[in-house]
Design a protein around this ligand. Structure first.
Ligand code: PLP
Length: 401
């Protein structure tokens, strides 16, 4: 008899479970719109050409070894990552007020940041948008923070509940941490406008709320790395403090390489140095030090003018394909005369559309059309192609009529 015989079967992860169900379906027309990973027009995963080139450089460099990185990772990667998100001319970087540590993609960066806050910050409450990426509450709770929500999405308009957001942040206790999606909010695809960001900033600064940005889609939303970092840069420009978790999963297609960074912008260089010393104490017992390969790829691309510019072109092509899928799907529904207003498909931003379909309609589409998505009606636009749009439009049409 096993000493583990009392262990009960855990439920499948709600997002990754969609792919498990998809893989089991023998239908030739099946379509997986659950995954948050880019697919080509042919439905294939994409390794960026610029990543292939950078990897080739790494392989050819016989001087490269596989030694451990320092606890906080590859120094050049960290410096370039901070420049990428805060801007090359960021005063905070020039004044050495930013500490950046390499972590295991976006998730690991969020976790390290949250563990640091739970240990060293006076307020343990973190507000996350409602809804948010399903892993946020789990990551923060396990790190020792207490998770609360602020209103974000308005189902009636399929847009931002800006009034609700302001009210909830306005009544949050002073000092509370606020998780903000830097761009391309997951799962809703709804972002504040720049004017709204500015109002959020003023409110948060006046209430001394601490911003923790999750930047998983820089460049992926609009196609412009700078435009997608505007929200973050606004909060750094006012001289205040914040945290930012960066992921290279989507914008460089490095998903499984697990490359990301956590930056903490502090008031002074002295504080930043001490914060960094404590981040090391968080990381060391967790995984000692981060992996070397992915960070080396990123550093090779960010340091080289030609590779960098090639990257921005490939990144824009991914973003453009997703935007084009939005238009094609919306047009296909209009052509079918599908009841309802589908303009939110075009208005929403980033990898996902929050369709507004309910779980019953989702179940129907999976059963009758072999289309897989999360039960909240979120579909990955990156999983669509010109060939599969008509099938999806047929399914949505049937589900709502
Ligand atoms: N944050 C958000 C909002 C995400 O959507 C994701 C990925 O789906 C992540 C963070 C983290 O992804 P990763 O750990 O693969 O970088």
């Amino acid at each position: 008899d096993s000493v583990f015989s009392h262990v009960v079967q855990a439920p499948e992860d709600p997002i990754l479970g969609v792919t498990v169900a998809y893989n089991k379906d023998p239908s030739p027309v099946k379509l997986n719109l659950g995954v948050g990973a880019y697919r080509t027009e042919e439905g294939k995963p994409l390794v960026l050409n610029v990543v292939r080139k950078a990897e080739q450089q790494l392989v050819n460099d016989r001087a490269r070894v596989k030694e451990y990185l320092p606890i906080i990772g590859l120094a050049e990667f960290n410096k370039l990552s901070a420049k990428l998100i805060f801007g090359a001319d960021s005063p905070a970087i020039q004044e050495n007020r930013v500490t950046t540590v390499q972590c295991l993609s976006g998730t690991g960066s969020l976790r390290v940041g949250a563990e640091f806050l739970a240990k060293h910050y006076h307020q343990r409450t973190i507000y996350v948008p409602l809804p948010t990426w399903g892993n946020h509450p789990k990551v923060f709770t396990l790190a020792g923070l207490s998770v609360k929500t602020y209103r974000y999405y308005d189902p009636a308009t399929r847009g931002l509940n800006f009034q609700g957001l302001l009210e909830d942040l306005g009544s949050a206790p002073a000092g509370a941490i606020v998780l903000l999606h830097a761009c391309a909010h997951n799962p809703t695809g709804v972002d504040p406008t720049l004017q709204q960001w500015e109002q959020i900033r003023q409110l948060m600064r006046s209430k001394k709320l601490l911003p923790f940005f999750d930047s998983a889609y820089q460049g992926f939303a609009s196609g412009s790395l700078d435009a997608d970092a505007q929200s973050v840069r606004m909060f750094v420009a006012d001289g205040g403090e914040c945290l930012a978790a960066q992921s290279y999963a989507k914008n460089m297609g490095l998903y499984g390489e697990r490359v990301g960074a956590l930056s903490i912008v502090c008031k002074t260089a002295d504080v930043a140095g001490k914060v960094e010393s404590q981040l090391k104490l968080v990381i060391r017992p967790m995984y000692s030090n981060p992996p070397i390969h992915g960070a080396s790829i990123v550093a090779a691309i960010l340091r080289d003018r030609n590779l960098y510019s090639e990257w921005t072109i490939e990144l824009k092509a991914m973003a453009d394909r997703i935007i084009s899928m939005r238009h094609q799907l919306c047009d296909a529904l209009r052509a079918r005369g599908t009841p309802g207003d589908w303009s939110h498909i075009i208005k929403q931003i980033g990898m996902f559309t929050f369709t507004g379909l309910n779980s019953k309609q989702v179940t129907f589409m999976t059963k009758e059309y072999h289309i897989y998505m999360t039960s909240d009606g979120r579909i990955s636009m990156a999983g669509l192609s010109s060939k599969t749009v008509p099938h999806l439009a047929d399914a949505i049409h049937a589900a709502v009529t």
